[in-house]
Ligand binder design. Structure first.
Ligand code: NAG
Ligand code: NAG
Ligand code: NAG
Length: 489
């Protein structure tokens, strides 16, 4: 009884909070509704009213007027709140054990320096982050639970074991949540991750990597690499057994899609350098995973490509805002010493590991799945797909007409969202269970009908790598174009 009262109170509080956000937007909302009903907005031809409203409201919330801007610390507190686990989901909290040697970090730094060598002139030294016990949530689908079920009062290990009993497939997704590298948490992404485990029949290792601005590049990348090694070579005391690399698929949305691909590029470079990693006193080789996936990945760190302008109508992301932010000052920002970008030092803005569009080569990568909408980040995703394909990587690309950034987790009731999740999770299953069956495919998926239209991979992007560098330099506002040799598409 007490409990029920408590949860009703919580509900009322949450509803009040939503009202407080929505009320001031009422005039704006009425206008959106009117334009939609009259068929006068571009989006009305493709989307239903509810989706249009949701996208427009998100658009306003992501780009508030200067006097309504929240500090980074406040936004972080809001988006990393822990929420109680509930319903058809297993969550088992774990933390990676810190290895006794620093080899994993040394090899990462060597890889970062290695990818830089012939692309970026100058000699900025990469920051060296601490190795920490990276937390993660083992997540699985809890089929026999009710929608309101609470987790049983058992140990985290027991939850893991019960989760494993429900796993029907060896698919193990190493997942990185989105949030522009400074927001969100595995807890905010549980509903999405639960659906991924349900649809693959496998399990997800959803990583609580360190966030910027407190932990800038390459902290998150080190946490990603440590998490991968923890799966492959479980440290003493782990609840899981060693996961064969071919059963692992990387996944992530937005900044997490970036991290998933940045981890792949790191592994490729470690392998190009013939490096091995000493991990808990054993000399370990560095294998590639079975596949890599990315939903609306953020790849160009300075947001310089044309879709940032062209697709504003369709997306809720604010206009380019990562450089020289105007947030009200707080404990986290501006950083000390100050820098221009939330998660990367100024010297590293054009590093190929920071802007993956500037990476040298993806040769030898396992199959990649990439999806995007008509969104601000469309151009960088499409550019990368073309590059991957030219480098001989099997790629499955799905572009969704009229859809915004990471729509599959936001417009969840739309047929396009269901189609996208099916596309993603099918790829994950096939990459693990039948990799020989993956062949490159490039498709546009039409709004409403989900009709599929093939696209020619070469039509995906008109830009050369040189164009990309010029765009990036323009965004940064420097005219000292370096004359280093550039990998050509
Ligand atoms: C997960 O899938 C269910 C249908 O099985 C759907 O109702 C729900 O909206 C989805 N959630 C997310 C976040 O994709
Ligand atoms: C992608 O991830 C890498 C590794 O953490 C980071 O250096 C880079 O800046 C990220 N890029 C974008 C565009 O988020
Ligand atoms: C409606 C529209 O212009 N959509 C565009 C969004 O950006 C992508 C990538 O540049 C284009 O292919 C779409 O046509």
């Amino acid at each position: 009884m007490e409990n029920k009262k408590g949860s009703l109170k919580e509900k009322a509080k949450a509803q009040l909070a939503i009202l407080r956000v929505i009320l001031p937007l009422l005039p704006f909302i009425s206008r959106v509704i009117l334009l939609h009903v009259l068929g006068k907005s571009e989006t009305s031809k493709y989307l239903d009213l509810k989706s249009v409203l949701l996208v427009s409201i998100l658009q306003r919330l992501c780009d508030p007027p200067q006097n309504k801007l929240q500090s980074i610390t406040k936004l972080q507190a809001l988006t990393t709140r822990d929420v109680p686990v509930k319903g058809r989901i297993w969550v088992s909290h774990v933390a990676a054990v810190v290895p006794p040697d620093t080899s994993i970090r040394d090899v990462l730094i060597a890889a970062i320096e290695g990818t830089k060598r012939d692309l970026v002139p100058g000699s900025a030294d990469c920051r060296i982050p601490e190795i920490v016990p990276v937390e993660a949530e083992w997540t699985g689908y809890r089929e026999d639970a009710s929608r309101e079920a609470k987790p049983p009062a058992v140990t985290e290990e027991e939850k893991y074991l019960r989760m494993m009993k429900g796993c029907k497939s060896p698919v193990t997704v190493l997942y990185f949540h989105g949030g522009a590298y400074y927001l969100m948490d595995p807890a905010s992404h549980r509903p999405a991750v639960k659906n991924i485990s349900k649809l693959t029949g496998g399990r997800v290792y959803s990583v609580r990597y360190r966030l910027a601005p407190q932990h800038p590049f390459p902290s998150a990348l080190l946490d990603a690499l440590v998490s991968y090694f923890t799966l492959l070579y479980p440290p003493p005391g782990s609840v899981h057994e060693a996961v064969p690399p071919e059963n692992i698929v990387f996944g992530g949305d937005s900044a997490g899609g970036n991290l998933s691909l940045a981890l792949l590029q790191t592994l490729l470079e470690i392998r190009r350098q013939n490096q091995r990693i000493t991990w808990f006193h054993e000399d370990r080789h560095v294998p590639l995973p079975g596949g890599v996936t990315a939903i609306s990945p953020w790849l160009d760190v300075v947001q310089g490509m044309p879709s940032w302008k062209r697709n504003q109508t369709w997306d809720y992301l604010p206009p380019p805002n990562v450089l020289d932010r105007k947030d009200p000052p707080c404990a986290a920002w501006p950083s000390n010493p100050p820098r221009r970008h939330v998660f990367i030092d100024d010297d590293y803005l054009l590093h190929p590991m920071a802007s993956l569009t500037l990476s040298k080569s993806w040769k030898g990568a396992p199959p990649v799945y990439l999806t995007c909408g008509w969104e601000c980040l469309a151009d960088e995703g499409k550019w990368l797909v073309k590059k991957l394909s030219h480098d001989g990587v099997p790629v499955v690309f799905e572009e969704y007409e009229a859809m915004p950034h990471v729509f599959a987790f936001i417009l969840t009731k739309r047929p396009e969202a269901a189609r996208c999740l099916a596309g993603l999770t099918n790829f994950m299953k096939v990459a693990v269970e039948n990799p020989a069956k993956i062949a490159s495919r490039y498709t546009t998926i039409k709004a409403r009908t989900c009709e599929e239209v093939k696209i020619d991979v070469d039509s995906l992007s008109p830009h050369s790598q040189d164009d990309l560098r010029k765009m990036a330099y323009m965004m940064i506002g420097t005219d000292s174009m370096p004359s280093a040799p550039i990998a050509k598409l």
